[in-house]
Design a protein around this ligand. Structure first.
Ligand code: NAP
Length: 267
């Protein structure tokens, strides 16, 4: 039996085993996906050595180890190089290869939304790990990217090549796509939005990376204004499916897996 798992801290809540075990069932793969809850970063070196001995083929990585694990890997993919974080490790011939499938999850989400981003203005709210993956995905699709931060000066010193604007400046900005890459609106604090409804009027498409609740206040505003919108579930599922594609070296049907899982997660 093949073995895979998720490495993180305090991750008992995770949806990943449900997602991956569903893929194994749908595609008749003899495999098991486990949770590896690591209490401290200092344990990581031994943990990885141990995993190699146990013939684990792949690992997803989540908070707080997405960057810390990079010092133990042998090869870094181009998207990891650019984003500075990994969420997917492949064990191959005793070597560890790091990928970022959040990036691929975003590209898949743009395809699902039928976006044509070339030379279009895309604005990202927030400057964390999800925003970094979104910047890389948008730039690779040819978009003109802006980021919005509560601390414009600090953010501009970190993102040297991307224009950073304040929330005040955002109110005078329009564009093609607006992405919420902040945690504002996540369950249980669902009655808040990172921006008010009038901001959303200035964009054609709206994407919230949050998937719980299914419809955030941010997306309710988009719906009220008749905008095309999407939540973060397709990204979440796609990053998992892409990890499986990397580990198993075969292609899967993203839509089929999404259709199978959407009712499980929102029932
Ligand atoms: P994060 O690092 O905790 O926060 C992202 C950014 O949001 C921060 O850098 C900050 O930017 C801004 N922010 C934080 N608190 C805020 C507040 N109270 N008001 C306004 N802005 C605030 O989160 P992350 O890991 O990047 O994730 C962001 C969101 O994406 C989360 O909701 C996460 O669940 C979601 N996500 C979804 C997927 C998926 O597969 N769907 C994958 C990854 C992440 P400034 O300080 O510069 O304003």
């Amino acid at each position: 039996m093949k073995k895979f798992g998720l490495l993180g801290k305090n991750i008992s809540y995770t949806f990943s085993p449900t997602l991956h075990n569903k893929i194994f069932k749908l595609y008749d793969i003899d495999a098991q996906y486990e949770i590896y809850d690591l209490k401290d970063e200092s344990l990581m070196k031994d943990f990885l050595k141990d995993l190699k001995q146990k013939s684990i083929l792949g690992l997803n990585v989540t908070i707080p180890y997405k960057t810390a694990i990079l010092k133990f890997v042998d090869t870094i993919s181009p998207e990891v190089q650019s984003i500075g974080a990994t969420n997917c490790i492949k064990f191959e011939n005793g070597r560890l290869i790091a990928y970022n499938t959040d990036y691929f999850g975003l590209i898949k989400t743009f395809e699902k939304m039928d976006l044509n981003l070339k030379n279009k203005k895309a604005v990202i709210l927030g400057t964390g790990g999800a925003a970094k993956a979104a910047i890389k995905a948008l730039l690779d699709c040819g978009a003109i990217v802006f980021i919005v931060s509560r601390d414009k000066i600090k953010a501009q010193s970190e993102f040297k090549d991307i224009p950073v604007i304040s929330y005040d400046e955002l109110s005078k900005t329009s564009g093609y796509l607006l992405i919420n890459a902040t945690p504002i609106g996540t369950n249980p604090n669902i009655n808040v939005s990172p921006v008010n409804e009038s901001i959303i009027q200035n964009f054609d498409f709206v994407l919230d990376l949050i998937y719980n609740p299914q419809e955030t206040l941010f997306l309710k505003f988009a719906k009220n204004r008749g905008k095309n919108f999407e939540n973060g579930l397709y990204m979440l599922i796609s990053q998992g499916v892409k990890s499986e594609e990397i580990w198993n070296e075969k292609e899967f049907n993203y839509e089929k897996i999404y259709d199978e899982l959407i009712n499980t997660i929102y029932k």
